[in-house]
Design a binder for this molecule. Structure first.
Ligand SMILES: Nc1nc2c(ncn2[C@@H]2O[C@H](COP(=O)(O)OP(=O)(O)OP(=O)(O)O)[C@@H](O)[C@H]2O)c(=O)[nH]1
Length: 520
């Protein structure tokens, strides 16, 4: 549980470290200086167009422009530039720049409205100003001609004077309008009214028209001047200058900020590197500890396996010893009664299958008690071991020799060819036993009584091992009864005869001459 929390905490820490790294890296991304330059160029172009706009207003004011196109053509471009500046605002990261751009836009919109009014009023004013000089010149020509000849000279002079005064005052008013001059012009127009009745209709109409144009000039000159004042007060140039200043400062600020974050990133990267090195060290140590533990475990495992193998071998040896003890006689090392009956049972099974003969020879030593009694039990043991050794020597590898206890032995023979073969083995056994004349430095004289019994094929198998052994025992008993040191055949075996190999021995000394076999 604790381990999984630690894993989650480590994962979260890693994510946080990576996010911080990403933020710092993002903040240090190079500033697009080219884009910044483009913004400033756009602003400069807007300023230039605005000042050209002013020049064109002035040119219209003084009547140099033949139409008002120069006042309208730059407007689409100026709007486009404003849009570009608006798009560049995020580069500044400064809210004041946004406000400054709004101010520029408002000033330009206001100025555009004023210029529209200016165009209307200026058209009327221009029309009147253009009308005035030729109309007066024409009228004065009329006065010097037919009209002057018809009308009294005093009236003609008065009108001419008024016309001169009106023209000069209008021109002065156009350049520098003032209420006094306007009043003077009004008075001149009024002075011309009584005079017009003496002149022809066309002169009279021209005087009226002069009056209307003079009023238009008086009115629109004033209005236009006020409009121009308002246009000048729209302060577009100042707003643009303020915006330019903010752009400059903001861009510089962004550069400084990037530089600062570059320093942070450098320090943070160093910190991460140290952390990484620490983790790597811990990992290397952990791996070396794991390696050591693995090696120790492997060594312990090998030791354990070795000890298990040793113990297994010990147990196997012990088991073998126990088996040996269970199946063998501890004194002579020959198989014991239990093992003999087992082997005998197997032999009978095989003989039953093949129709062979199995022979059991029961051997009981003669004169053994005397050895014990004369030289002691230990010497008797030596005699028993020597009997086992010498009889075993006479037997084939596949034959079995067992000690039943005391001085009793049994020989088991398989695949016996016939009675003669069994007799030969019994005689050799008897000879081997009788050949023992010394034990432990003491002279001994022993012989044996041997009972032979045989079982053939299925019949033998049916009777079983105990019956065969009993037959052999019975035959041995017959041999004992027959005077010992002899061989007796069981009457139930195939060979129902006694082979006399030598005269029965008396006491513990075996006879040297062969004793005939006895019938049971
Ligand atoms: N040394 C020794 N003697 C034993 C052992 N087992 C039995 N005996 C002795 O062996 C003797 C056997 O007696 P017997 O068979 O009567 O002796 P024997 O002199 O051969 O007499 P017969 O069989 O009648 O010919 C006894 O004295 C037992 O005490 C043994 O393991 N070692």
């Amino acid at each position: 549980m604790l381990g999984s929390w630690r894993r989650i905490a480590s994962l979260l820490l890693l994510i946080v470290l990576m996010v911080v790294l990403g933020v710092l890296f993002n903040r240090t991304q190079a500033v697009d200086l080219e884009a910044q330059n483009r913004v400033m160029l756009n602003l400069r172009e807007l300023e230039k167009l605005d000042s050209e706009w002013n020049v064109n207003i002035l040119r219209s004011h003084i009547g140099l422009n033949s139409n008002y196109d120069p006042l309208s053509t730059p407007l689409p471009r100026m709007r486009q530039l404003q849009l570009r500046l608006a798009a560049a605002l995020p580069m500044t990261g400064n809210p004041k720049a946004e406000e400054a751009l709004e101010e520029v836009k408002r000033a330009l919109v206001k100025k555009e409205e004023l210029v529209e009014q200016f165009k209307t009023q200026n058209a009327i004013l221009r029309n009147s100003l253009i009308f005035f000089p030729p109309a007066i010149t024409d009228l004065k020509t009329e006065l010097n001609g037919i009209e002057g000849a018809i009308v009294p000279g005093r009236i003609v002079v008065a009108l001419d004077t008024a016309l001169n005064s009106l023209l000069s005052d209008i021109l002065r008013y156009n350049l520098a309008p003032s209420p006094a001059l306007a009043a003077q012009i009004e008075r001149t127009i009024a002075s011309m009214q009584p005079l017009r009745g003496d002149f022809s209709d066309s002169v009279s109409d021209t005087i009226d028209e002069l009056g209307r144009h003079a009023h238009a000039i008086l009115r629109y000159r004033q209005l236009e001047n006020e409009l121009e004042m308002q246009i000048a007060n729209s302060r577009t140039a100042e707003a643009m200058e303020k915006l330019g200043g903010l752009f400059d400062t903001s861009f510089d600020q962004v550069l400084i900020e990037k530089q600062r974050y570059r320093t942070y990133l450098f320090a943070y990267s160093g910190l991460l590197l140290l952390l990484l090195m620490y983790v790597a060290r811990r990992l290397v140590r952990s791996y070396s500890i794991i390696g050591e533990v693995n090696r120790s475990l492997q060594a312990a495992n090998e030791t354990l396996e070795h000890r298990v193998a040793e113990r297994t071998a010990e147990l196997e040896a012990q088991s073998e010893r126990l088996k040996q003890l269970a199946q063998h006689d501890s004194l002579t090392g020959l198989i014991n009664y239990g093992e003999l009956t087992r082997l005998l049972a197997h032999a009978l099974v095989r003989a039953g299958r093949r129709g062979d003969v199995v022979v059991a020879m029961f051997i009981d030593l003669d004169g053994f008690k005397a050895v014990n009694d004369t030289y002691g039990h230990a010497t008797g043991d030596l005699v028993l071991c020597e009997v086992a050794r010498r009889v075993q020597e006479k037997l084939r590898k596949e034959d079995a020799l067992a000690r039943l206890g005391g001085d009793e032995f049994v020989i088991l023979l398989e695949e016996v060819a016939g009675r003669d073969g069994a007799l030969r083995v019994a005689q050799q056994t008897l000879e081997a036993i009788r050949s023992i004349t010394e034990a432990g430095g003491f002279p001994v004289r022993i012989s044996a009584s041997i009972g032979v019994a045989s079982a053939r094929g299925k019949e033998g198998f049916m009777r079983g091992a105990p019956a065969l052994l009993a037959d052999a025992d019975q035959a041995m008993y017959q041999a004992k009864q027959g005077g010992k040191n002899g061989i007796s055949f069981s009457p139930d075996s195939q060979w129902n005869e006694i082979v006399a190999v030598e005269a029965p021995v008396a006491g513990s000394a075996p006879a040297k001459t062969p004793v005939p076999a006895q019938d049971g």
